[in-house]
Design a binder for this molecule. Structure first.
Ligand SMILES: Cc1ncc(COP(=O)(O)O)c(C=O)c1O
Length: 391
């Protein structure tokens, strides 16, 4: 049987991984500045994570949500403590799309309304409502098309105010990534996020923060929205939550009341997923990974600004993007094939850095040194300024 061919694939077979490195079947070592798409939060195969999952596997991996699962409560308490959202409620699922699907559905149940505001270049996943709120016609199937989602320009306060003025009483929710990931690392203005909060309050609409990529400590705060000093009614989470074990979830503000049957899942919140998610939070807490992500991200961001040929260097913490000049259009491929560095991309010419929150300054220097070489090989121009590392 053939695999359904939906991905453009690099011809590399990764067979082993540790911390911020991965190895292919020939023993070639790669530096992982991509984190398997922002998923690796505490480092590949972290020993505490492996131990916790193994111990849980030997006890019980799964039973349905029809019984008490105390490890779910343990996870909720840890998450409440580390995120600072102790008074919120947790619903567990398995992926980012599912988290957004449940958040949007919940907002509609809660408000009794149908309209959703999303933003230009948003990516919220591939299930039916999540994809309908995703600004990419190529991935919206005819059955997902709906007038219930409207796209407004990102960071355009005036457009948002005008839309609320006309249709405010129909709006169930506004969904936004405080830093757009797939859209190309676009950072929301804090004032824009505060305006969303204010307009949602005035019209009894819900504010959904899609923190699937930008959340879970990656930007130096637990939620990226925390930088704007406002709270969402629902936070959606997934990628960093299990360090590669599939687990997602939503945090739901206390004013939103649950009803039996409203949401549900077979696999969400299973014992094994909770053990993986707990291990991640324990390591984040013990190793101060949120603060480190903020500091280390700022370090690499500042260094990248010294490079010629890179434009619009932007982001927060370890969620960084930059545009590459035309003469460096093959930089990402060159970094991977010649310098053994995985990075992410966004169309048409953005390189995205989404490494593990545990990446060290030395490893970041290693990345910068490989960047210097790669750029020099591809570009006729010398590098701007001097480049000093922490080593
Ligand atoms: C912001 C955001 N939301 C949702 C998703 C969908 O997550 P998943 O692929 O786990 O369904 C992604 C995935 O890239 C994402 O970046």
């Amino acid at each position: 049987m053939k695999l359904f061919d939906v991905y453009p694939i690099n011809d590399i077979n990764i067979v082993r991984a540790k911390d911020s490195y991965v190895w292919d079947e020939n023993g070639v070592q790669y530096l992982d500045m991509y984190g398997g798409h922002a998923v690796i939060s505490i480092g590949h195969t972290h020993p505490h994570w492996v131990k916790r999952i193994t111990e849980q596997l030997n006890q019980i991996a799964f039973y349905s949500n029809s019984i008490k699962i105390p490890i779910q409560q343990e996870l909720a308490e840890k998450l409440g403590k580390i995120s600072g959202k102790n008074n919120y409620q947790l619903f567990l699922c398995n992926s980012g799309a599912e988290a957004n699907e449940n958040a949007l559905k919940l907002a509609s149940f809660h408000s009794g309304r149908k309209k959703i505001i999303a933003f230009s270049k948003a990516f919220h996943g591939r299930t039916s409502l999540a994809v309908a709120a995703t600004d990419n016609l190529a991935i919206i199937a005819p059955v997902n098309e709906t007038d219930n989602v409207v796209f407004l320009p990102y960071n355009d306060e005036q457009a948002l105010k005008e839309y609320f003025k006309k249709h405010g009483n129909d709006i169930a929710a506004v969904i936004i990534e405080a830093i757009q990931g797939v859209g190309g690392i676009t950072v929301a203005d804090e004032y824009f996020l505060q305006t969303i909060r204010k307009l949602c309050d005035e019209h009894n609409s819900l504010f959904i923060a899609d923190e699937v990529q930008c959340g879970y400590g990656r930007t130096g705060k637990f939620f990226c929205l925390d930088h704007a000093n406002v709270e969402a009614d629902i936070y959606t989470m997934a990628k960093g939550m299990g360090n590669g074990f599939p687990v997602g979830g939503i945090l739901i503000a206390p004013h939103i009341q649950p009803k039996h049957g409203m949401l549900g899942t077979t696999f969400g919140g299973n014992h094994l997923a909770c053990a993986a998610a707990l291990a991640v939070l324990e390591v984040i807490e013990k190793d101060d990974l949120i603060e480190k992500a903020g500091d280390h991200g700022q370090y690499v961001l500042n260094k990248l600004k010294e490079f010629d040929g890179l434009q619009n260097i932007r982001g927060r913490g370890l969620m960084i993007g930059f545009d590459v000049a035309d003469e460096l259009k093959d930089l990402r491929k060159h970094l991977l094939q010649k310098h053994m560095v995985f990075t992410g991309e966004a169309k048409p010419n953005v390189i995205r850095l989404l490494p593990s929150l545990s990446i060290s300054l030395n490893q970041l220097d290693e990345f910068l040194a490989r960047m210097v070489e790669a750029i020099e090989e591809l570009s006729p121009h010398p590098l701007k300024g001097s480049f000093e590392t922490v080593q």
